[in-house]
Design a protein around this ligand. Structure first.
Ligand code: LMR
Length: 328
């Protein structure tokens, strides 16, 4: 790590959080879209950077580009295949253009909480998913957790019928589009970095996301309130290009994989607290959080569950059954 001021300010102006890398160090650019503070992915990426830059000093150097400063999620995987970025952790919803298996994670009410997601990912089926895109040049190394999705709009949402006729920003995922259509919402796919502006100007009326994303992007400032639907999940896969990964010396690859695995275990175990703290911070900012009683919650379940049928063949009934067995 060089500590000259010029090098440091150059890197900072390019949006990276790290100090610049030394000559001879292999540069690993990690691009992501969330904030760094009080965010599961932001914290994990910063910890990964810190550990690599300390423990692999002289050999490797990670530069993290958060907040979509380098790429949006719809560009980052292409950039990785071109060799312009080495690591990223897009939400699982962003992989459906490469494999339909990941659609299981977007199906509404499929997982009752993040522990259930963790158990599914740890199963043989979940672990095999990491290697499901190698034919397309991408390899998943670890899953990172975020949390359960909540709904918000520029008007109170208690029942799914309250959302009918509104426009909601969605991640580019056919499952999420179908889920929104099931409640009469018009889905508008859009990059994460554009959502705040779109909510503020009324280009869209609402959105769905996790507490840490709603907090980190300040969506609560431009919405009527947040409805605690817990209707789906956002989780991530840390991904690398197979060409780059295979080109590394075995020692380097092993050390990187070990550090990443340790960081993943540590941060995944802490995700409940980050999520809860973000929810509390939104509440402390004076935002209305609407909790659902059992009957209202059932109305959301009834409205959205038919979507499973549309994607059963893509995700496999046996995988749906496995996820449901974990919930039980
Ligand atoms: C989104 O696009 O809403 C999220 O996937 C962003 C993220 O990385 O959490």
């Amino acid at each position: 790590i060089t500590t000259t001021l010029t090098a440091l300010s150059l890197t900072v102006s390019a949006g990276a959080v790290s100090a610049a890398c030394d000559d001879g160090e292999m540069v690993i650019k990690f691009s992501h879209v969330t904030n760094t503070d009080k965010h599961p992915k932001g914290i994990a990426a910063s910890l990964l950077q810190e550990r690599i830059n300390t423990e692999m000093n002289g050999k490797a150097c990670m530069e993290v580009f958060p907040n979509s400063t380098l790429y949006d999620d719809d560009q980052v995987l292409e950039a990785m295949l071109q060799g312009d970025v080495q690591m990223a952790a897009p939400s699982l919803s962003k992989f459906e253009q490469f494999t339909k298996q990941f659609r299981i994670f977007d199906l509404p009410f499929m997982f009752k909480n993040i522990n259930a997601v963790d158990a599914f990912q740890s199963s043989d089926t979940g672990q095999a998913m990491k290697a499901s895109m190698t034919r397309r040049g991408l390899l998943g190394l670890e899953f990172w957790h975020n949390g359960m999705k909540q709904m918000s709009a520029n008007k109170p949402l208690n029942l799914p019928t309250d959302a009918a006729g509104l426009k909601f920003r969605v991640q580019p995922s056919d499952v999420i589009k179908a889920q929104m259509e099931a409640i009469g919402v018009s889905p508008q796919p859009m990059a994460f970095s554009e959502v705040y502006g779109a909510l503020q100007t009324g280009v869209v009326d609402g959105q769905e996301n996790t507490w840490s994303n709603i907090y980190g992007q300040k969506f609560f400032e431009v919405q009527d309130g947040i409805t605690e639907t817990n209707h789906g999940i956002i989780d991530y896969m840390v991904v690398v290009g197979t060409d780059w990964w295979d080109s590394l010396d075995e020692d380097m690859r092993t050390q990187l994989a070990t550090i990443l695995n340790e960081v993943s275990t540590e941060r995944n175990a802490a995700v409940g607290k980050v999520d809860g703290d973000a929810r509390q911070a939104i509440l402390d900012a004076g935002t209305t959080i609407r909790e659902l009683d059992a009957a209202s919650r059932q109305a959301w379940v009834d409205a959205m569950m038919p979507v499973w049928g549309q994607f059963k063949d893509d995700v496999g009934q046996e995988n749906i059954d496995a996820a449901q067995a974990i919930n039980a």
